[in-house]
Design a protein around this ligand. Structure first.
Ligand code: RAM
Length: 343
């Protein structure tokens, strides 16, 4: 009897490692890295394009992309999603932050558990990320948008800003540069009055009602600057529906697919944007490079980003580091047709 027990034990011990291997292989494909992207909120076509580019870049490198976004653009809602991703032990998390500082505790926990964390489009603070994927130079965006409003207002009158949420670090940085452009050129902008900064929270209905409130409060409003694709499309809609084309203009950052109608009808003479698919794609390559140990997020490091070529990590203005995609592009009646089916 003892001999039977002993030989049974030997058999069990011999097959145990094989069984364990088999079990882990069956529950998950071994060797496939899972990379998550967390956007601000659902229902934003810009975010969908960014995540589409991320998925393309991850799958091209043999990984699996997990795409997430909360219903509401809040830090609290993103924290819940990040907690789930930590529990799933994904290889990396790339986030378009709903708050600069509030995500630090949960993102630090993610990094402590071995997950590579990056931000893209809307930065989290340097302690919360290895590096940030920046779509375009923030100073250039802010200054260019004020210059566009000056041009559309013929140099004089009331202008307002329609932003996303009041916590969005990308919009807030662009608005700071808009204010700097005004402050540094007091003579040029002496007759241009920035009367209000409104927040549509990147929600379509709220952006529409905030536009209506601006028009009501400031009947002589000349230009609305909306540095958000959701806000600019809402303002274009309201100006068009109310028959205000030629009286009030909107400019800012818009998706050609959503803005072609308003560029063609004159509500928006011109606007700017970068390619959101490329922002996501570049993020995917930085995330895989971080997980593979090719970059740590330090300035001076370089990595290859597939069809976009090679990139270098540089110092960012907030004390952390970033990777810059490129210069923003101007869309107007001469080129909007070529772009409206792309993004
Ligand atoms: C909105 C979002 C996004 C921003 C663009 C310009 O879709 O706020 O973060 O980069 O606009």
């Amino acid at each position: 009897m003892r001999r039977v027990v002993v030989s049974l034990l030997i058999v069990v011990l011999a097959i145990a490692p094989v069984a364990v291997l088999f079990a882990s292989g069956a529950s998950e494909e071994p060797g496939v890295q899972r990379h998550a992207f967390v956007f601000k909120n659902t229902g934003n076509p810009y975010g969908e394009k960014q995540m589409e580019g991320f998925q393309e870049g991850i799958e091209e490198q043999g990984g699996e992309a997990i795409l997430r976004a909360p219903d509401q653009p809040t830090a609290e809602a993103q924290i819940q999603i990040i907690e789930q991703l930590i529990a799933q032990q994904v290889a990396s998390i790339s986030i378009t932050g709903n708050d600069y500082d509030a995500l630090e505790p949960v993102l630090t926990r993610a990094m402590d558990s071995g997950i590579s964390v990056l931000s893209a489009d809307s930065a989290v603070n340097p302690n919360s990320r290895l590096t940030h994927i920046n779509q375009a130079d923030s100073e250039m965006i802010g200054r260019t948008l004020i210059q566009a409003a000056y041009d559309m207002a013929d140099g004089a009158g009331d202008i307002a800003i329609l932003s996303a949420t009041s916590q969005a670090s990308n919009q807030n940085l662009w608005i700071e540069w808009m204010q700097t452009e005004l402050d540094e050129n007091p003579d040029k902008y002496a007759d241009l009055n920035l009367v209000r900064i409104a927040y549509g929270d990147d929600l379509r209905d709220k952006s529409v009602s905030e536009t209506e409130a601006l028009l009501q409060s400031f009947p002589d409003l000349e230009v609305i600057i909306a540095p958000t694709t959701v806000g600019i499309a809402a303002a274009g809609r309201v100006i068009t529906d109310r028959g205000l084309i030629g009286d009030v203009y909107v400019t800012g950052l818009g998706l050609p697919s959503e803005m072609a109608e308003y560029i063609e009808n004159g509500a928006c003479p011109y606007m700017f944007l970068w390619n959101p698919i490329d922002v996501g794609y570049l993020t995917a390559y930085a995330a895989v490079a971080a997980v593979n140990g090719d970059i740590t997020g330090a300035a001076g490091e370089t990595f290859s980003a597939g069809r976009l070529g090679d990139f270098e990590i540089v110092e960012a203005s907030d004390g952390g580091t970033e990777v810059l995609l490129g210069a923003p592009f101007r869309f107007d009646p001469s080129n909007i047709d070529e772009w409206k089916d792309v993004y």
